[in-house]
Design a protein around this ligand. Structure first.
Ligand SMILES: Nc1ncnc2c1ncn2[C@@H]1O[C@H](COP(=O)(O)OP(=O)(O)OP(=O)(O)O)[C@@H](O)[C@H]1O
Ligand SMILES: [Mg+2]
Length: 472
């Protein structure tokens, strides 16, 4: 009797399922927050979450506000058990957010204490091809792009105590827009960076690690560090500021470099001073060191000697290490003395692009005038343009001279300040040239006297010249 009942009920359930399948014209796809054997957070879920937060959450009736650090705007996403509609190529799609409620709450495999979430995508079955072959891809790509746009950049530095990376939020205001440089050169560098980020397949095809090296060189205050910050903000890459003098040996250097993440800029500033990496410099320093008895200098000398990071170690890592680690890394070296660097360190292929950061030109000044004074044109620009063609000044000094001296932000007063400073710099440079010429002439005359002496002759000028030598 019971078995008869049982089979009748079973038959009804089956019939209901068949009817539902026949009459329910929708397809549902679920995307779970945690997937795989180790219950890893799903990248697809995160991408969908970003996509829905940016595109569809404004249409949801119930929103969830996430607390965010750092005074960033509040993030509003759709709440649990809420639905939103989306449209793609004229097709309507519904997303709903749900949570798995486990049968027992005593033990959970999932890494969060809350019940894991999942999104369900519902659409009419006649659009199956469009949704599965195009729409889902579109959502995932968009979601990843949103994540990279909203990512908070990090600045890593290597801790000298335990040689580990420590990080802070990277918040440098410099951008290519605010960087004082000729616009054509800025465009060239931005294009170069963009091409690099889009060349994953190309690097794979030619069998090279996906990395690009930049050497920034120029006098102090010409914007090398500022350029690195602008690059990081442009690429949305984290910055690893590697202080080589705090690295004890090649093994440590190797570990630090392996620990750097994808999409990052590795910076080694003042490469010529970081270690005794250049042959000429090493020799000169050794000679000077032997004469030098300053205790402080002696201490740094000992420190430098005990550091066993070698040029060949550094070069090997630059060449080889990232081929194994998946790449997408930019490495930037900076120096004030490009001529002193070992050619092996900067040859093409290691440092792919050499960028000279130079004194301020009129075009670069216009960027600073816009940044600091919010002016794009002014009658005094003509004088300033002429002065820039006659004298040198670093962008750092130009910026300093453009800063209002009081609370009164009078544009004309600031520009006159700069003109005064440029004229003073021009005068100083002319004086330097005059002195150099005088010194050169005196040197020539001394040489004549000495030659005459050697040849046994005397010079009428001799007495006068020794006086001159004493004055120098
Ligand atoms: N090209 C530039 N564009 C905008 N601001 C600049 C530029 N160059 C210098 N500055 C200003 O001058 C300051 C110093 O510049 P920065 O530290 O980038 O120079 P640097 O070339 O790295 O110098 P150093 O060789 O001493 O490290 C910056 O904080 C910035 O305000
Ligand atoms: Mg610098």
């Amino acid at each position: 009797m019971f078995t008869q009942y049982g089979s009748a009920i079973g038959g009804l359930v089956l019939l209901q399922a068949m009817l539902q399948h026949f009459f329910y014209p929708y397809v549902e796809i679920s995307f779970h927050e945690f997937t795989g054997k180790y219950m890893k957070r799903s990248e697809a879920f995160m991408a969908i979450q970003n996509y829905l937060t940016e595109n569809a959450a404004s249409r949801a009736k119930r929103l969830k506000a996430d607390s965010v650090k750092d005074k960033r705007p509040l993030i509003l996403s759709m709440d649990d058990y809420e639905e939103v509609d989306d449209e793609y190529n004229g097709v309507n799609i519904t997303w709903s957010s749900n949570r798995i409620v486990p049968a027992s709450t005593t033990f959970s495999l999932y890494p969060t204490t809350q019940n894991p979430r999942y999104y369900t995508l519902t659409f009419h079955r006649r659009h199956r091809k469009l949704i599965t072959q195009s729409y889902i891809n579109h959502v995932l790509t968009e979601g990843k792009a949103i994540a990279s746009r909203n990512r908070q950049l990090k600045l890593y530095t290597n801790d000298p105590q335990d040689s580990m990376w420590i990080h802070a939020v990277f918040k440098h205001p410099a951008t290519f827009e605010t960087l004082a440089m000729h616009p054509d050169r800025k465009t060239e560098i931005m294009n170069d960076l963009t091409k690099f980020t889009e060349s994953k397949e190309y690097y794979a095809k030619i069998g090279k690690a996906w990395k690009r090296g930049y050497l920034l060189y120029g006098p102090p205050g010409t914007g090398k560090s500022t350029m690195i910050a602008a690059m990081a903000n442009f690429l949305k890459y984290d910055v690893y500021d590697l202080e080589l003098t705090a690295v004890n040996d090649n093994t440590e250097l190797r570990r630090l470099l392996i620990e750097t993440s994808n999409k990052s800029i590795i910076v080694i500033e003042d490469i010529d001073c970081s270690l005794n990496l250049t042959a000429q410099r090493k020799k000169a320093e050794e000679q000077n060191n032997d004469k030098d008895d300053d205790p402080l200098k002696k201490m740094t000398r000992i420190d430098k000697k005990s550091s066993k990071v070698t040029l060949s170690g550094l070069l090997n890592f630059i060449d080889g290490i990232w081929s194994a680690c998946g790449g997408e890394r930019v490495i930037v070296f900076t120096t004030n003395h490009v001529n002193k660097l070992d050619p092996a360190l900067i040859r093409r292929g290691r440092m792919d692009k050499h960028i000279e950061m130079s004194y301020c030109c009129f075009e670069a000044f216009k960027v600073l005038a816009k940044n600091y004074l919010n002016v794009e044109n002014h009658p005094l620009f003509e004088t300033i343009s002429r002065l820039f063609s006659e004298t040198h000044m670093t962008p750092a000094d130009v910026a300093e001279n453009l800063m209002p001296k009081s609370n009164n932000k009078d544009v004309e007063a600031c520009l006159r300040n700069l003109i005064e400073a440029l004229e003073a710099a021009k005068k100083k440079a002319a004086e330097r040239v005059r002195l150099e010429a005088k010194r050169g002439k005196a040197r020539e005359e001394i040489e004549v006297v000495e030659r005459n002496k050697k040849e046994g002759g005397t010079s009428a000028k001799e007495g006068k010249l020794s006086e001159l030598i004493c004055q120098r």
